[in-house]
Structures are given as structure tokens and as C-alpha cells.
Write a protein that binds this ligand. Sequence first.
Ligand SMILES: O=C(O)CCC(=O)c1ccccc1C(=O)O
Ligand SMILES: [Mg+2]
Length: 321
Amino acid sequence: MIYQFSFRYFSQKFTKPMITNHGIWEIRESIIIRLIDEKDDVSWGEISPISWFGSETIKQALDFCYQLPQTITKEIIFAIPDKLPACQFAFESSTHPGGFRLCSSELQSPNLTYSGLLPAGKSALNQWSNLWEQGYKTFKWKIGVNEINQELEIFDLLISSLPTSAKLRLDANGGLTYQQAKLWLKKCDQFSPKIEFIEQPLSVDKFTEMQELSNLYLTPIALDESIANLHQLESCFQQGWRGIFVIKPGIFGSPSQLREFCKQHQIDIVFSSVFETEIGRQASLQLAAKLSTNNRAVGFGINHFFQQQEANWLESLWKTF
Ligand SMILES: O=C(O)CCC(=O)c1ccccc1C(=O)O
Ligand SMILES: [Mg+2]
């Protein structure tokens, strides 16, 4: 199969900046790719890197797109190097049947439940109810952003205001010390199993410490930054991680290699967004629908971080140069 290839840079401003332990994120930069095959079928893909997570930068992805010929083949796509995981995802998923279609009204992902992302800090306290009204029953709140005592106080308020059937995930983005992580886990254990898990309490280099913590407390630990790509996932699995794995398809790399890994190893997965557009989202949710385990809610409740796209945004984008 031969494809005509073109691409466009695309950026979106967050309605409120995304604040994590890694800093403040204000603009989501992406590249949308378009492939047209010999039958004139058009398919789309999305490159949305997160370099502070270990993927390529937007600049590296753009450079890659610029050096490609206008006509590309599957051989070229399957030879994209591992150091460009967000590109691997975009190109491979755009050749996958059932990918994003311009006028598809049948939004798939039937059996998925969603986790709603709360803003960091005390704004979480007046935000969760909006999401609850939209049907979210699982929430994720960022920690490791402000002073720990302040966060523990907000946590108490949050926990006591959430409905009994609600679940809460905490995401430290690797921002806690070992002692702070113990404090948080001890606190969470008091509310078990309302706290579904703590995500990436320590930095990527603290694998052994996270193993240790997962043996000391009831509240599960989920790895996220530690398993940003297939190579890291394999390494953590080999070293014996049997807790939760957070997978962000948009930066993970080749979807077919992820599917292969999941066929071979029964792992407890939570799928998670990279703040992609509808294009990357549909490709990711398709994977999630196939590979999710244990009915974990997918971390794609993030639409409130962006303005609603206009219906013809993609056609408009292709008219720009
Ligand atoms: O997983 C979710 O629930 C939402 C997505 C999310 O938190 C996220 C989105 C972009 C970059 C990093 C992260 C993260 O999990 O740390
Ligand atoms: Mg995370």
C-alpha cells in the first residue's frame, strides 16, 4: 500500500493551565497527519508528544515529518525508530482499519467508564460536582504540586465531600519523597478502598522504593512516567512490577507492539490521555476498549481542559499552509 502523506502543526490553549509536579503547561502542541491510499481513502493520525514524560519533542516530530517523502509505505511506517514513540503511534494508528473518520457519528468505546481529571490544588473542591453531574464516578487529583500539609488538608475536605460511591485516584507525577509517599499511603489506607491508587509517587529512578511501598500499604501504586514507552514497560515488568500500569497510547509507541505485549502478559492497565484531539483520542480509546483489564476507568475525562473544537476544524486546518 502506498499513501500520499501530508501534515499540519496544530496547537490548543488549555482553558486552565495544567499544573503538575513537572510545572505549568499552557499550550498543547500537536501534529495532525493525513494519509490518502490508492483507493482515495483518507485516514488521519495525531502526533502529540510529551517530552517531559520521555517522548520526543514537538520539534523532533516536526523534523521527522519534514524529511519524509510525500509518498510513503507501510515499510517506512514500521521502521520509525523507537526514539519517536508519538510518531510511531500516529502513523501506525492512521493505517489501522476503523481509525478516525471525518464524518463518523458512531462514537465507539462501548464498555468504557471514564475518570474525570480534577485541577490541582483547592479548585478540585468546587470542580468535582460538575464532573459528577456529567456522570463521572472516578476522579483523579494531582498531588506533589503544593506544600504537603496543605494538600493533605484539601484531601480531607475532598474525601469528606465526595459521594460514598465515588472513587479517587491521586497522581504525584513523581513528586514525592519516600517519607512523603509513606505519609500519603498511610492516609489513603484509612479510606481504603475509596482511593483506587496513587500514581507515580516517586521519580522514575526510584523503582525499588516503589516496589517496597507497594508491599507496605493496602492502597495500590500505579506506574506512569516509569512506563512511558514499551522499553520501560518491559523493563519494569521484568523487574517484577505486578501493580497497576498507566498507559498513554499517544506517547507509548507502536500500538501493535503494545497489543502483542498485552496478549503475552496479563497486566492491570489504566489507559490515559495525553490531551490529544479527537483523532488521537479515538485511536487510543479503540486500544483501551480491546486491552483494558479489571474494569478500570480510562483517564480520558479531560475535555473540560479545552474549548470545544469547531465541527470543521480539520478541513480548515488543511486549508492553511
Ligand atoms: O490519566 C488521566 O486521568 C488524565 C491524563 C493525565 O493525568 C495526564 C495527561 C497528560 C500528561 C500527564 C498526565 C499524567 O497522568 O500525569
Ligand atoms: Mg500520571
